[in-house]
Design a protein around this ligand. Structure first.
Ligand SMILES: Nc1nc2c(ncn2[C@@H]2O[C@H](COP(=O)(O)OP(=O)(O)OP(=O)(O)O)[C@@H](O)[C@H]2O)c(=O)[nH]1
Ligand SMILES: [Zn+2]
Length: 306
């Protein structure tokens, strides 16, 4: 039988059947991804085959279907292992606030670069619109201009005052959408607004806890009544990209990607090389300084690893 993993603890997986039944499953055998070592073999969004365990209410996962994409984070320990957060995503949202808490442009850029690396369309949600001063609204307009020019759709909403949330809902239908963001930006408020019946599901979560399982660091998937799924990523502070070569980093910035073809040297790092078209575009303002700063900081971050 085929199913979709909607919840995971690392040892137990909740699998949803096409009929909507949910079943706790374990894994049989090994599931490995070529090229990277992961702490968890399967994640929410994975499509799997499973069998019922004889005389049990539980199942055994026997096969992982090929993933369209997946997103990982680096493990907290130093083992260079990665944790798969979710698989088979259609799009990823970052919930951002300009104040309490303030999301930095660097953090936004890291999220976008990660999404680019995994070929996942990304969108930005600026939340707590009701709290914005006139000055705040100007900053917001500047931020939107930066990211919309790069092709990332932006939304300005209030999750609790229900402003423009419908614009977000409109792009969720029949898609699997990941939601991420700093703690306190209102991600839970937004998801509760989108899925008012979620309080019903939180009961399920506590039942799950009674089994002695930890859900805190694992993403969770919720089905939308109008088709599609949303994936909440609690406790995930930052995504990581495993094995991204420094040479490839520029390609993950759309505006660097368009200029780098014109650099004098094929292996230009866009740092201080003569004839660098990227540096020239930073000079003219065609490339936003904050974006270029993010490129440099990520480039050097990768440098320390090598
Ligand atoms: N004024 C205002 N407050 C909001 C809005 N959205 C969320 N909040 C408040 O911000 C605080 C944090 O919201 P949460 O939804 O818990 O934030 P979160 O991002 O899920 O945070 P974690 O649960 O820690 O991951 C709460 O006090 C919310 O009521 C908004 O649009 N406007
Ligand atoms: Zn260059």
């Amino acid at each position: 039988m085929q199913g979709l993993i909607t919840k995971s603890t690392g040892s137990w997986y909740q699998v949803q059947t096409p009929e909507g039944h949910k079943l706790d499953c374990r894994i049989k055998g090994k599931f490995r991804i070529k090229g990277i070592t992961t702490t968890n073999p399967l994640a929410v969004g994975d499509v799997v085959d499973f069998e019922m365990e004889p005389e049990q209410q539980t199942g055994v996962i026997t096969k992982l279907h090929e993933r369209k994409n997946y997103i990982i984070r680096k493990s907290i320990n130093l083992s260079r292992q990665a944790q798969i957060i979710a698989a088979n995503l259609d799009q990823a949202f970052l919930v951002v606030t300009l104040a309490s808490p303030r999301t930095s442009l660097g953090f936004i850029d890291r999220f976008l670069v990660t999404a680019e690396a995994y070929h996942i369309p990304a969108r930005l949600i600026f939340n707590k619109l009701d709290l914005f001063s006139d000055e705040g609204l100007e900053i917001l307009a500047d931020y939107r201009a930066i990211y919309e020019n790069l092709g990332y759709p932006c939304y300005q909403i209030s999750a609790t005052k229900n402003i423009n949330v419908n614009q977000v809902i409109e792009v969720l239908q029949d898609k699997t959408s990941l939601f991420s963001g700093h703690s306190g930006v209102g991600k839970s408020s937004l998801i509760n607004n989108i899925l008012p019946e979620l309080s019903l599901r939180t009961t399920e979560v506590s039942e799950w806890h009674d089994k002695g399982m930890h859900t805190t660091t694992f993403a969770e998937m919720y089905e939308l009544p109008f088709g599609g799924f949303i994936i909440d990523t609690p406790g995930i502070r930052e995504f990581g990209i495993v094995d991204i070569e420094q040479q490839e980093l520029g390609r993950l910035f759309p505006e660097i990607r368009t200029h780098m073809e014109n650099c004098r040297f094929k292996n230009c790092r866009h740092i201080n090389e003569p004839g660098c078209a990227v540096l020239a575009a930073v000079e003219t303002g065609e490339i936003e300084p904050s974006r270029y700063d993010s490129y440099l900081s990520m480039y050097h971050g990768n440098d320390t690893r090598a």
